[in-house]
Design a protein around this ligand. Sequence first.
Ligand SMILES: [Zn+2]
Length: 145
Amino acid sequence: MSNYIVKIIPKHEKTIPGEKERNAIKNQMRLMTVNKEISEQLYNEVTFIDSGSNFEGIRCNHCMTYLQPDWWAEQMDTKSSNQFNDLSIISPCCASALSLNELYYIWPMGFAKYVIEIMNPEEDEVIRIEQFIENINYKLIRAHY
Ligand SMILES: [Zn+2]
């Protein structure tokens, strides 16, 4: 059986929200969903938060050029050898100083030390969550496995 997991992470990869903020967000998630399994993870290191099989390419967030998956995979290799502590890159298209975390992933993905996961939500629940996190400094990742 395939799974659909909605993941919510702080926009900046090193942000670790305090307990009070984490509980407030989890409570909101429970209010916006019905009987869904909600879990959270805290990581010691910056961790790649993937979108599973949802992948349709990556564009430069500066000039919107499509980036080669091979170039991206190479950057991932280099950055992972340093536990993703430094995500700064120079884009191959327009030589801009950017972050791997801020590239335009057509299916969003990112890097984080904290993630909240909601298992198999309904689409109307996801839309509510999306609207909620627009007002806080988080982003939403839709992962299919
Ligand atoms: Zn560019």
